[in-house]
Ligand binder design. Structure first.
Ligand code: ACM
Length: 551
C-alpha cells in the first residue's frame, strides 16, 4: 500500500499518536520510522472520546479494523421504509446516510467501501430498528472484531451515529487525501440519545451576508456535533436577505447593504431551498427569522409605505441597535407581515418561524404587545409555530417558543417574567449571551467579536447547566439550547470559525449529553483531540489556552 504523505501530515499523524497515548509520546517523532509505525503501535481511540459525550459507553472485546475489503451494508429491519412503503430494500434515507459515511471514509482510507444491500455478517452495518427508547434521534453502535453494527429508529439516529463513528476513528480520517492506517475502532457498545430535542446554532446573515457555500460549510461543521437546528437571522437593520415575490424591493434594495458599507446580498428562493435541502440531508432543520417589529430598517428603507410618516429612511451600515420599528397602527404593516410569513412558510418545511421581537426600543410596550398578539396568529395560520426572542413573553400565544438571551446582568424582573411564562407552558430555548453567544470575545485580546455581555471563554461557554440555569423554570420547559453567532464583526468563513471553534462543540454537548457526563476536566481533554481534526478539515479555530491541544 504505497502512499505519499507530506511532512505536514506526518507531523499531524505523530501528534495524534501522542494524543491517543500520552504515556508514550511522540513515538514517531525524530525516529525516522514514520507515522505508520507509530499508528500501528497505538491502541484504538477510547470509545468515550467523543463530543458530545455519549449517554452510555461500554468498552469490551477486540477492536474492529476497516480494511480494503470492508463493505457498508444497509438494512431497514422491517423491509419497508419509514413511510410504510414495502420496498424490500433499505430506504432512501438510510442509503443516503450510508453513502455519506462512505464518502467520508474513502479519501483518507483510499478504500472502495462499497455500499450494498446484500446481507452479511461482516462490514459496517446500518440498520433501521432497535429499541423504542432510542427515540427519533438516538442510536446504538456495537463494535466487534467482525462487524460494526449501527442501529437507530430513524435515519437521523443513524446519521448521528455516523458522526460518533467518525470521532472514534483516528483524526486522520478527516483528511481528504490517503493516510496511513490502521483504521481501528475500539470494541464495545455506545447507546446514545439526546438530552434535548432542540440543539441549535444561529447565523446572522444580515449584518454581513454569507453566501450559500459558506452556510453549507457551517452546516457540515454543525452536523459533526449533532446540532439539529440552523436558525438563520435573515433580516435586520443592515440588510434583508431573502427574496419575497410580493415585496421585491426588500431583497433588491434592502439586500444591497451590510455593516461597514459592503455590497450585502440575498438568497433567491432557489438559494434558500438549496440551504434547506442541504441541511435536511444532514438532519438539520432550518428556522428562518424575520426580526420584527424592531431591527427593521432594511425593510423600512425599501418601502416608504411601511413608515408611519410615509418617508423611507436611508439604508444603514452601522452597528447600533434599537432605533427602528415597523408602524404598529398602520394596516399596511400587516399586509407586509402576512405576505412575508406566507412566502417564508411555503419555503420552509420545518415547524418553526422565528419572528424576532428583541430590542424593540423604538416601539412602545403597548404597541409591542398589540403587534405580537396580531402577528403570532399569522404564523399559526400558515401552519408554523412561532419562536421569538424572550421579550415575546410579554405576550406569548399558546405554543410560542421563547429564546432566552439574557445574561448575568439581566434584571430579576425580566428573568421572573420568562420563568413565569415557562411555568405557564411557554417552552424555552436557552442562549444566555454570556455563555452561548459565539460572537462575544474570548478575552480582551480577541481580534473579532463584541463584549457587551462580557468575555466568554471556552470554559465559560461549556460550564453551565441548561436544566438549572434559570431559577423557577421547570426542566420540562427547556426545549433546548442554541449558540447564536452575530456577524457585526465577521464577514468570512475563517472569521466565523474563529469565533465558533472551540466554543460551539461545548454548547452542542450541553444540548445532547446527559447532565451526569458534565465535567470540564474531561471535556477539555476530548476537546483538545478535535484540534487535529479541525486542522485536517481546514477549520480555523481559536487555540484557547484553556485547552490542552496536542501541540
Ligand atoms: C439579541 O441579541 N438582540 C437577541
Amino acid at each position: 500500500m504505497g502512499r505519499r504523505i507530506g511532512p505536514l501530515l506526518l507531523l499531524c499523524a505523530s501528534l495524534l499518536a501522542a494524543t491517543a497515548l500520552p504515556a508514550t509520546p511522540t513515538a514517531a517523532a525524530g525516529t525516522g520510522t514514520g507515522a505508520e509505525d507509530a499508528a500501528t503501535a497505538r491502541s484504538p481511540r477510547p470509545l468515550d472520546q467523543v463530543i458530545p459525550a455519549p449517554a452510555s459507553v461500554r468498552e469490551k472485546g477486540r477492536p474492529y479494523t476497516i480494511t480494503p475489503r470492508t463493505v457498508i451494508r444497509v438494512y431497514d429491519g422491517q423491509s419497508h421504509d419509514r413511510r410504510g412503503n414495502h420496498g424490500g430494500g433499505a430506504s432512501k434515507d438510510v442509503r443516503q446516510v450510508a453513502e455519506r459515511l462512505a464518502e467520508l471514509l474513502r479519501p483518507a482510507t483510499g478504500y472502495r467501501l462499497p455500499v450494498t444491500t446484500s446481507p452479511g455478517r461482516d462490514g459496517i452495518q446500518l440498520r433501521l430498528g432497535g429499541h423504542r427508547t432510542l427515540g427519533s434521534e438516538g442510536y446504538r453502535l456495537d463494535v466487534g472484531e467482525r462487524a460494526v453494527k449501527l442501529s437507530a429508529r430513524e435515519p437521523a439516529g443513524l446519521f448521528h451515529g455516523v458522526q460518533t463513528l467518525r470521532q472514534v476513528l483516528p483524526a486522520a480520517v478527516e483528511a481528504r487525501s490517503e493516510q496511513p492506517g490502521p483504521w481501528r475502532i475500539a470494541g464495545g457498545t455506545i447507546t446514545d440519545t439526546p438530552r434535548y430535542a432542540y440543539r441549535g446554532a444561529m447565523l446572522d446573515v444580515a449584518r454581513h451576508f454569507f453566501p450559500v457555500g459558506a452556510v453549507k460549510r457551517y452546516i457540515d461543521q454543525l452536523a459533526l456535533y449533532k446540532v439539529n437546528t440552523l436558525h438563520l437571522h435573515l433580516s435586520d437593520d443592515q440588510g434583508w436577505r431573502i427574496a419575497v415575490d410580493s415585496w421585491p424591493r426588500l431583497a433588491d434594495y434592502g439586500g444591497g447593504s451590510e455593516v461597514g458599507g459592503g455590497p450585502g446580498g440575498y438568497y433567491t428562493k432557489a438559494d434558500y431551498r438549496e440551504i434547506v435541502r442541504y441541511a435536511s440531508a444532514r438532519h438539520l432543520t432550518v428556522v428562518p427569522e424575520i426580526d420584527m417589529p424592531g431591527h427593521t430598517n432594511a425593510a423600512l428603507a425599501s418601502y416608504a409605505e411601511l413608515n408611519c410618516d410615509g418617508v423611507a429612511p436611508p439604508r444603514y451600515t452601522g452597528i447600533e441597535v434599537g432605533f427602528s420599528s415597523l408602524c404598529v397602527p398602520l394596516e399596511r404593516t400587516y399586509d407586509f407581515v402576512d405576505d412575508v410569513i406566507r412566502e417564508l412558510a411555503a419555503l420552509t418545511p420545518g415547524p418553526y418561524l422565528h419572528i424576532g421581537g428583541d430590542e424593540a426600543h423604538a416601539t412602545s410596550h403597548e404597541d409591542y404587545v398589540t403587534f405580537m398578539r396580531r402577528v403570532q396568529p399569522v404564523v399559526a395560520k400558515y401552519g408554523k409555530k412561532a419562536i421569538g426572542w424572550h421579550q415575546i413573553t410579554a405576550a406569548p400565544d399558546r405554543g410560542t417558543v421563547a429564546q432566552y438571551w439574557g445574561y448575568d446582568q439581566t434584571g430579576a424582573e425580566e428573568r421572573a417574567r420568562v420563568a413565569e411564562a415557562a411555568r405557564r407552558g411557554t417552552k424555552l430555548v436557552l442562549s444566555p449571551a454570556d455563555r452561548a453567544y459565539l460572537d462575544m470575545k474570548y478575552d480582551k485580546d480577541t481580534p473579532l467579536g463584541l463584549s457587551w455581555a462580557g468575555y466568554v471563554s471556552t470554559r465559560r461557554s461549556y460550564d453551565w447547566d441548561p436544566g438549572g440555569y434559570l431559577e423557577g423554570v421547570p426542566e420540562r420547559a427547556v426545549l433546548g439550547v442554541e449558540a447564536p453567532l452575530w456577524s457585526e464583526t465577521i464577514a468570512t468563513s475563517a472569521q466565523l470559525e474563529y469565533l465558533a471553534f472551540p466554543r460551539l462543540p461545548g454548547v452542542a454537548e450541553l444540548g445532547w449529553s446527559p447532565a451526569a457526563t458534565h465535567d470540564w476536566d474531561g471535556y477539555r481533554e476530548r476537546l483538545a483531540q478535535q484540534g487535529p481534526r479541525w486542522e485536517l478539515m481546514g477549520v480555523n479555530y481559536y487555540r484557547s489556552p484553556q485547552v490542552p491541544w496536542p501541540r
